[in-house]
Ligand binder design. Structure first.
Ligand SMILES: Nc1nc2c(ncn2[C@@H]2O[C@H](COP(=O)(O)OP(=O)(O)OP(=O)(O)O)[C@@H](O)[C@H]2O)c(=O)[nH]1
Ligand SMILES: [Mg+2]
Length: 207
């Protein structure tokens, strides 16, 4: 839940990068950290990892400057994608104002994407939130692999990913490569836009 300070006209909101293990959530944050230096207000904090697996969360604070007279601050979080860290995911999800769901384009991860989206739905419910109402953007990651000529790794098409994950939700989606950064900024900007519009309505702060 965003913190809105009427006196100082400051708003602080939380965006959570969700998705199955190894889909590229941490890589998204790393790219944002090194690319948006002007907006990043502090170091990226990575709490507890094992190799490149997130065991707790990553955290990156950003300042977007003034929007309609309000100083907008955003906290980006990633959850640990591995199935066994369900309670940590729920903890990180608490108070989320917007979600980026990072799906893996690898065909072998098809089931894992769908399980993770169901897990998001369930955990949002337990936090008193609704997957159809919360600002949500889907990111179809690792498209760089699909674009390699002669690639032999089976990759899902955008149409297949849409059918699996976005048939009912009908939310904005982006193809991306968190590794090269393609589509990362667009995903984040869309999620920020949806989140701020949602908060404007909720708090009436743009009046
Ligand atoms: N080719 C390619 N590899 C990627 C991309 N994004 C992430 N990876 C690789 O996928 C692996 C997992 O990426 P992470 O960002 O650690 O995944 P995660 O979603 O944070 O995983 P958990 O912390 O276990 O939930 C790493 O080896 C990344 O380099 C991408 O867009 N393209
Ligand atoms: Mg991670």
């Amino acid at each position: 839940m965003a913190v809105f300070n009427l006196k100082s006209r400051e708003i602080e909101c939380k965006i959570v990068f969700y998705g199955p293990g190894r889909s590229g959530k941490t890589t998204n944050l790393e790219y944002i950290f090194k690319t948006y230096k002007k907006q990043v207000s502090d170091q990226m904090v990575t709490i507890d990892t094992e190799g490149d697996r997130t065991l707790f969360f990553d955290f990156l604070p950003m300042g977007l400057g003034k929007i309609k007279g309000c100083d907008v601050k955003v906290q980006l979080y990633t959850v640990p994608g591995q199935v066994q860290y369900s309670s940590t995911r729920k903890l990180v999800l608490k108070g989320a104002d917007g979600i980026v769901f990072v799906a893996d384009s690898f065909a072998i991860r098809r089931e894992k994407n769908m399980i993770s989206l169901r897990d998001l739905d369930q955990n949002l419910k337990e936090c008193g939130l609704n997957i159809f109402k919360i600002p949500l953007v889907l990111q179809y990651n690792k498209r760089d692999i699909a674009d390699i000529p002669g690639n032999t790794i089976p990759i899902m098409s955008i149409e297949e990913l849409q059918k699996d994950l976005n048939k009912q939700l009908k939310v904005p989606y982006y193809s991306a490569s968190a590794l090269s950064g393609q589509g990362v900024g667009a995903t984040l900007k869309e999620c920020l836009k949806l989140t701020l519009v949602h908060l404007q309505k909720e708090f009436n702060w743009a009046q």
